[in-house]
Design a binder for this molecule. Structure first.
Ligand SMILES: *[C@@H]1O[C@H](CO)[C@@H](O)[C@H](O)[C@H]1NC(C)=O
Ligand SMILES: *[C@@H]1O[C@H](CO)[C@@H](O)[C@H](O)[C@H]1NC(C)=O
Ligand SMILES: *[C@@H]1O[C@H](CO)[C@@H](O)[C@H](O)[C@H]1NC(C)=O
Length: 593
C-alpha cells in the first residue's frame, strides 16, 4: 500500500470513524480498505461538472471529503457552489486535501476566501526538506480559522502546522488533534452581524452610558451570549437602509438577508421569520422567539347623535308604526264617514297630543278612545327606549378579526413588506384579500396617517406579553386605537446564516439552552422595561379595557339630533308659510295674524 494511503487510513480511523459517509474525489484510484460507507468520484475538469458530481453526494448527506486532485482550487470553488445550491446543510464538514506531488497549489488554496466557510480543513503536504534518513515525512496543516479578522487575514497564507507523519515509523510526531476547530473556542474570531434597530429585538447606537457596548436587544443578547460562550467578537453591519431586505433568485440580495447570502455577514437577525423562500438560500438556527402578527385598528366611535332619535325602535318597528298610522286613519275615516283631517288627528294621538274637541258621535269616540290607549303605549315604549339610548352609549361596530378588516376594506400597513412574506403564498380568499389591503408607507407618512384613523397598523405580540410597535405610533395616536382580537398569523424568529455555516449547530445548541433556562422571556421583560415606551405598551395592552362608557349628565351633544329634527321642521314650516302667503295674496285674501 502506498504510504499516503496508510496515513489516510490512520486519519480516517482516528478522526472520521463516526462519519455518516465519506466521499473520495480522486484523479487516481485510492484503495483504503474502508469499512464505512464511502462514495468514489472521478472528478471532471470543469467547475460546473464537478459541482454537479459533488451536489449529488452532498444531497445524500455526505459531509466529509478526501480530495486527491491536481487542481485543488477547482475543488474548493465547486465545493462552495454546492453548499449554496444544495438543500442538505451540514455544519460540521471535514475536508482533507492531498495536493499532487510537486505542485505548489498550496498557497493558491490557502488564499481563497472560500476556505473560511469550513471550520475543518486538513491538508497533507509531503515535506521534501526533511533531512532525516527516512525521506517520507508528511506535514499536516490547516488554515487559520480562529482569532480576530486582522490576524486571520494576515496569517491566511501561512498555514498552521498541526502535526507531522513519519512514514518510516508509521506514527504521528505530536499525536495532535487534526481537526481542532470544534467551535468551542474561537479565540476572539470576528463574527459579522447584519441587523438594524428594531425594538425590542435589536437596538443599535444606544447611549454607552446605558449599556457599555452601545447595543442591546432581545436577539442582540443571544449573539452576545453566543460570543461569550465560544469566545468571539462581534462586528455590526447596520442595515437600516435595506431593513430585512430580500434574496433574489440569482443568489444576490439586499438588506440583512442580502448581506448574509452574499457572505458579507455571518449572522443575520432582527425579527427574521422562518420564511420558506429564504430557507432555500440560507441556513436557519433553531427558533428563538414566537411572535404573532396582528394590528391595532381604530377604536369604534360613539355613534353620531343625529341618529339617536331613530335608535329606540328597530326598522321593522318603525315600519309597523307607519302602518298603524295608515290603518288607524282609515278606521277613523270609516267611523266618521269622511277623510277630513283624520290623518292629522291620528298622528296627534300617536305622539300624545290632546284632541281639539270631543266628538258627539259615540262611534267616533270609541275608535278615538282605543287609539288614545294605543298611542299611550307607543309613546311610553319610545320614551323608555330613548332614555336607554341616552344612558348607555352606542358604538360603531369594532374591528376585531381579519373578516372585520376585510369587510371594512380597511388598509393596513407598515414600512416594509416583510410583514406579509409569510402569507403572500396563501390561497385562502380571505387571506388573499387581506394581503391586497396591505400598503407600504414611509415612517413619516404612517405617523401622519395614525392621527387620521384611516388605517390599521401591524404590530408583533411577543411571548412574554410585550409588543413590537413601530416608533411612528405615538401614545397620543394610540389612544384612539384598539388591539385586534384575532392574530393574523404567528411565526418563529430565527437567526439566519449562510448555508452549511459552521456556526449553525452551535447557535442552535445555544438557543436550546436559552429556551431551557427561560432566559429569553426574562430578557424580553428586561429589554422592554429598559428601552420601550412603557405608556405606549400599556396603551396597546389595555386598549380593550379602556372604559369611557361612564354615566354622565346629558349635554348638548346628546340632544343635537333632536334639535336637528326641530330645525328642519321650523325651516320647512316657514317655507310653506311663505309659499302659502304668497299664493293667497294673489287671490286677494288677507291673512289675519
Ligand atoms: C497545479 O495546480 C494548479 C491549480 O491548482 C493547476 O492550475 C496546475 O495545472 C497544476 N500544475 C501541475 C503541474 O499539475
Ligand atoms: C478568548 O480569546 C482571546 C483572544 O482573543 C484569548 O486571549 C483568551 O484566552 C480566550 N479565552 C478563553 C477562555 O479561552
Ligand atoms: C440579481 O437580480 C436582481 C433583481 O432581479 C438584480 O437587480 C441584480 O442586478 C442581479 N444580480 C446579478 C449579479 O445578476
Amino acid at each position: 500500500m502506498p504510504t499516503i494511503n496508510v496515513l489516510l487510513y490512520t486519519i480516517l480511523k482516528k478522526f472520521l470513524f463516526n462519519s455518516y459517509c465519506i466521499t473520495i474525489v480522486s484523479d487516481a484510484p485510492i484503495d483504503l480498505h474502508l469499512n464505512s460507507l464511502f462514495t468514489y468520484i472521478i472528478p471532471n475538469r470543469t467547475v460546473d461538472e464537478l459541482r454537479d458530481q459533488l451536489l449529488e453526494v452532498s444531497e445524500r448527506g455526505c459531509s466529509d471529503y478526501i480530495v486527491n486532485m491536481v487542481d485543488q482550487v477547482l475543488f474548493m470553488t465547486a465545493f462552495d457552489k454546492v453548499s449554496k445550491i444544495g438543500n442538505i446543510r451540514r455544519s460540521d464538514r471535514k475536508v482533507i486535501l492531498i495536493p499532487a506531488p510537486g505542485n505548489q497549489s498550496v498557497d493558491a488554496v490557502f488564499s481563497m476566501k472560500e476556505i473560511n466557510n469550513i471550520a475543518n480543513l486538513l491538508m497533507i503536504i509531503p515535506n521534501n526538506a526533511s533531512e532525516q534518513e527516512c525521506q517520507e515525512i508528511y506535514d499536516l496543516v490547516t488554515h487559520k480559522f480562529e482569532g480576530p479578522d486582522e490576524l486571520v487575514y494576515e496569517l491566511i497564507k501561512q498555514p498552521i502546522l498541526l502535526d507531522q507523519w513519519d512514514t518510516c515509523k508509521g506514527e504521528f510526531k505530536e499525536n495532535a488533534n487534526l481537526f481542532p476547530h470544534n467551535m468551542n473556542n474561537l479565540f476572539g474570531k470576528t463574527v459579522k452581524v447584519a441587523t438594524f434597530t428594531y425594538k425590542p429585538y435589536v437596538l443599535l447606537n444606544v447611549d454607552t452610558a446605558i449599556t457599555p457596548t452601545g447595543r442591546d436587544g432581545l436577539e442582540m443578547r443571544i449573539v452576545e451570549e453566543f460570543c461569550r460562550w465560544v469566545n468571539c467578537s462581534i462586528q455590526i453591519l447596520d442595515e437600516w437602509q435595506g431593513q430585512w431586505g430580500e434574496v433574489y433568485e440569482n443568489g444576490t440580495g439586499v438588506g440583512i438577508m442580502g448581506s448574509v447570502v452574499e457572505d458579507k455577514a455571518d449572522f443575520g437577525m432582527g425579527a427574521l421569520y422562518s420564511w420558506y423562500e429564504e430557507f432555500l438560500h440560507l441556513d436557519f438556527s433553531a427558533a428563538e422567539i414566537r411572535s404573532a402578527v396582528t394590528c391595532v385598528a381604530p377604536s369604534p366611535r360613539v355613534l353620531a347623535s343625529w341618529a339617536m332619535p331613530l335608535l329606540p325602535f328597530t326598522w321593522n318597528m318603525w315600519y309597523a308604526v307607519l302602518m298603524t298610522l295608515l290603518f288607524a286613519s282609515l278606521g277613523l275615516s270609516m267611523a266618521k264617514g269622511s277623510f277630513d283631517g283624520t290623518l292629522i288627528t291620528v298622528f296627534g294621538v300617536m305622539i300624545s297630543q290632546s284632541q281639539k274637541s270631543a266628538e258627539r258621535n259615540w262611534r267616533v269616540r270609541r275608535v278615538t278612545g282605543w287609539l288614545l290607549a294605543a298611542g299611550l303605549i307607543l309613546v311610553s315604549a319610545y320614551g323608555a327606549g330613548l332614555a336607554s339610548t341616552f344612558t348607555v352609549t352606542n358604538y360603531e361596530p369594532s374591528v376585531d378579526t381579519i373578516q372585520d378588516l376585510v369587510d371594512r376594506k380597511m388598509e393596513w400597513g407598515a414600512t416594509h413588506d416583510a410583514w406579509i412574506f409569510s402569507i403572500t403564498m396563501s390561497n385562502e380568499p380571505l387571506i388573499k384579500q387581506l394581503v391586497s389591503q396591505f400598503k407600504i408607507h414611509s415612517a413619516e407618512e404612517l405617523k401622519r396617517k395614525s392621527f387620521k384613523r384611516s388605517m390599521a397598523f401591524s404590530i408583533e405580540k411577543l411571548p412574554a406579553g410585550y409588543f413590537a410597535i413601530g416608533d411612528y405610533l405615538t401614545q397620543e395616536a394610540l389612544e384612539d386605537y384598539t388591539l385586534m382580537l384575532e392574530d393574523f398569523y404567528y411565526e418563529q424568529c430565527v437567526v439566519m446564516m449562510r448555508k452549511s455555516s459552521p456556526y449553525t449547530e452551535k447557535m442552535s445548541a445555544l438557543i436550546g439552552r436559552l429556551h431551557q433556562s427561560g432566559l429569553l422571556l426574562t430578557w424580553e421583560t428586561q429589554v422592554a422595561l429598559k428601552y420601550l415606551n412603557f405608556k405606549v405598551q400599556q396603551e396597546v395592552k389595555l386598549s380593550r379595557l379602556r372604559s369611557d362608557v361612564g354615566f354622565k349628565p346629558l349635554d348638548l351633544h346628546n340632544v343635537v339630533g333632536i334639535f336637528i329634527l326641530y330645525g328642519i321642521g321650523v325651516v320647512l314650516s316657514i317655507l310653506i308659510f311663505m309659499v302659502e302667503n304668497a299664493s293667497t295674496k294673489k287671490s286677494g285674501l288677507r291673512i289675519e295674524e
